[in-house]
Design a protein around this ligand. Structure first.
Ligand SMILES: *Cc1c(COP(=O)(O)O)cnc(C)c1O
Length: 381
């Protein structure tokens, strides 16, 4: 069994993907070819925002947003403590000070109450000025944007949605990557919508920021002139071949993959309940009115259960599992001895020692789901 079966997906889409890649090779327009523009148009329409700017990866997407807002030295940026490193790495690399905020134990997403507290603490300490929130759609479920937006408005903070894991998710019918003042996503192969290498995108309704982001992504170009450089930028573009692959994969994603992966998640929950394991194991929880694109299916193991032993037992049965994430952000060595290391994030610490992510993808069969749940039952005996 595969953790995320990209080979099976390719087998289904092979003819169309091969044709699409071939056509880019024949046309030889490898950088900024017409497929890139076409993809941006489709993605903006799907998300329901005015502008989509593709770039080289999800990390650059966040960095470009931070650059476009001119954030840096002296600015505090609030980031969930339980996330992939990029969410904090990018603002910190631009000179911002990350303030890590604890998460909700059921949704795994930034706890709005703890965000409010963190903002007041930073104000009181007076060392850094609160400027922005990076909210993350962890494991596919959008963060609590209705509440986070209120807090951002109250304190005059910009809101960035790191939707690297959330593409395809929704709140009350509104799509992920439309909630931030700027939103970002990643097309890393294992993300909900992945390409065949690295890729990313940025979304915004703001015309000025959109133009600035396009400039920053191509060496600070002026308008369409890449040899007239009016600011310092980076080189961050989505390859035409990746765009061509994404055009095919996006259709499958939109038309059935998000639906099918939700069916797999529902099946997992039914099977766990039927097995009775759900009285000890905490199952993933999607809030009322929210819709997840299930980047991960992450359970919380009971206290005292040996996670490593469970993992190696499952591995022997051919069932791969992963731990996302082992370490709270505030404990990462990169932030040692900085203001960012000072964080009271007990929920995250607990989660890091107890979460386990199980195989999930849109092409997973009922039998496979059953065998994972049975595997856990056998190992727990
Ligand atoms: C994967 C990921 C990123 C970075 O995306 P890349 O395309 O790998 O650079 C950023 N934030 C989160 C939450 C992610 O999961």
């Amino acid at each position: 069994m595969q953790f995320r079966d990209l080979q099976k997906q390719y087998a289904v889409l092979k003819d169309e993907i091969d044709r699409s890649v071939q056509s880019v090779c024949s046309g030889a327009h490898f950088i900024s070819g017409p497929e890139v523009k076409e993809l941006e148009k489709h993605l903006a329409e799907y998300v329901g925002v005015k502008h989509c700017i593709t770039c080289a990866n999800g990390t650059d997407a966040i960095t470009l947003a931070i650059k476009a807002w001119g954030l840096g030295e002296g600015d505090a940026v609030f980031v969930p403590d339980f996330t992939f490193f990029s969410s904090g790495e990018c603002p910190a690399s631009e000179g911002c000070t990350c303030v890590f905020v604890d998460v909700d134990s059921r949704t795994f997403n930034m706890d709005p109450i703890r965000l409010g507290e963190a903002i007041l603490r930073v104000r009181k300490d007076g060392l850094y000025e609160p400027k922005a929130v990076v909210a993350v759609d962890l494991f596919g479920q959008p963060a609590d944007y209705p509440k986070i937006r209120q807090i951002c408005d109250k304190y005059g903070l910009l809101m960035l949605e790191d939707g690297a894991q959330g593409f395809g998710g929704e709140i009350e019918g509104r799509k992920a990557c439309s909630f931030g003042d700027i939103s970002t996503t990643s097309f890393f192969p294992a993300k909900p919508l992945g390409c065949y290498g690295d890729g990313g995108a940025i979304f915004t309704d703001n015309d000025e920021w959109a133009e600035l982001l396009r400039s920053l992504a191509v060496h600070g170009k002026s308008g369409n002139d890449k040899y007239n450089n009016v600011r310092l930028g980076i080189n961050s573009r989505l390859d035409t071949i990746q765009a061509a692959i994404l055009l095919v994969k996006f259709k499958a994603f939109r038309d059935y993959e998000v639906r099918d992966i939700n069916r797999v998640a529902d099946m997992y929950i039914d099977e766990f309940k039927r097995s009775g394991l759900d009285d000890k194991i905490v199952l993933p929880y999607v809030k009322e009115g929210f819709y997840s694109s299930w980047a991960q299916f992450t359970i919380r193991l009971p206290k005292g259960l040996d996670r490593e032993r469970l993992q190696s037992g499952l591995k022997e049965q051919g069932i791969p599992t992963m731990v996302y994430y082992m370490k709270p952000m505030h404990q990462q060595g990169a932030f040692a001895n900085t203001y960012s290391a000072q964080a009271d994030c007990r929920v995250t610490e607990e989660l890091c020692s107890r979460v386990l992510s199980l195989p999930i993808h849109p092409y997973m069969t009922d039998e496979q789901v059953r065998s994972v749940v049975e595997g856990i039952m056998i190992q727990k005996k």
